[in-house]
Design a protein around this ligand. Structure first.
Ligand code: ATP
Length: 326
């Protein structure tokens, strides 16, 4: 099973620019979480901070007893082996074929024999639907295939935590749907803790168990997906409906006067209908059920009284078979 990631009071700046401050959340073990946020709000910086590639000035990130922010570099390096990281562009070596790209972490970090490496690599290539393409160079395949190859490489060391940076970037809507299904299928197969950074609304509404959002240097919210999907928070509503009216502007933030004018004109975000909650994706036929589902149910019930009524109603509907009221 995946392991818990506990983020406590994390603050990251570059010089005088604070990217975000006092971020506190827990990624529940084996569940899928999505971090949303307009461009430039520091989602990628957040992923890199969790894995210890960037060092926040304050706070802790606890993973299996190791503090990824404050522990000695040797401990952080060891703990990093628990992670699989999928970058936006797949981050493949251009001169190596897909097989060698995917085998790279095994050859670099383990003493496994070539026959064992071949078995693992071909299994992961099969998982991401790339059988037959293993001899191709990254430049000879599509962007979607490169992403899947990047995901296969993230999986070869059997990670307990998978971090995905914008798995949809550069993909058409159909390929994005395939990636969404692949992420759910992977979770069913390996039960890893997953954090996906995206601004894609389809992924946000169909994939995660939990959602969070970064805006204006803060974590606006983090919790069960229904908490954000039913949220009255203007920035969350605007983001999830993809509308122009609201606090998010072209350069991330609008000034107060523009927001006030929008409200005066009646196109404030509060006037829109709440987004319709679509069911979360199920694993493909033939795959085991996601073990995270039962754990999440118990966890959500344990926090029931702290959830707003709208989120509770949405959760109850989701718990019922075939979407019937519970
Ligand atoms: N190494 C760095 N040095 C200085 N500033 C940086 C560095 N990395 C990121 N930043 C700044 O931190 C802010 C957040 O960047 P980040 O890439 O995390 O945003 P993001 O939310 O992932 O954006 P997008 O959705 O567009 O990918 C930006 O203002 C960026 O310029």
């Amino acid at each position: 099973m995946g392991i818990e990631v506990i983020v406590e009071g994390l603050t990251k700046s570059f010089g005088k620019q604070t990217v975000w401050q006092d971020v506190t959340l827990t990624l529940p073990p084996g569940e899928v979480s999505v971090m949303l946020g307009p461009s430039g709000t520091g989602k990628t910086v957040f992923l890199k901070s969790i894995i210890g590639l960037l060092k926040p000035e304050r706070g802790r990130v606890l993973v299996g007893g190791v503090d990824m922010v404050n522990s000695p570099e040797r401990d952080v390096y060891e703990a990093r082996k628990m992670f699989g990281l999928m970058f936006q562009d797949g981050a493949l070596f251009g001169s190596m074929n897909l097989f060698d790209n995917i085998a790279f972490p095994l050859r670099e970090h383990t003493r496994k024999k070539e026959a064992e490496i071949r078995r693992i690599v071909m299994e992961r290539i099969d998982m991401v639907g790339l059988l037959g393409a293993e001899g191709k160079l990254p430049g000879e395949i599509s962007g979607g295939m490169r992403k899947r190859a990047g995901l296969a490489r993230a999986l070869v060391l059997d990670p307990q935590i998978i971090l995905c940076d914008e798995p949809d970037s550069g993909l058409d809507p159909v390929r994005t749907s395939y990636i969404s299904q692949l992420l759910i299928d992977l979770n069913a197969q390996i039960d890893a803790t997953m954090l996906i950074v995206t601004h894609n609304l389809d992924i946000a509404s169909t994939v995660p168990d939990n959602m969070g959002m970064l805006f204006r240097r803060e974590l606006v919210a983090f919790g069960p997906r229904e908490l954000l999907l039913t949220s009255d928070e203007p920035v969350v509503r605007q983001f999830l409906s993809g509308r122009r009216a609201g606090p998010i502007g072209m350069s991330e933030e609008k000034d107060e006067a523009t927001i006030a004018l929008e409200q005066l004109n009646g196109d404030g975000i509060g006037s829109g209908q709440p987004p319709r909650i679509v069911p979360q994706l199920e694993p493909s036929p033939g795959l085991p059920p996601r073990q995270a589902v039962q754990r999440r149910k118990a966890r959500v019930l344990s926090m029931w009284d702290s959830l707003p009524k709208s989120a509770r109603e949405a959760i109850k509907t989701g718990f019922a078979p075939q979407g019937e009221p519970a």
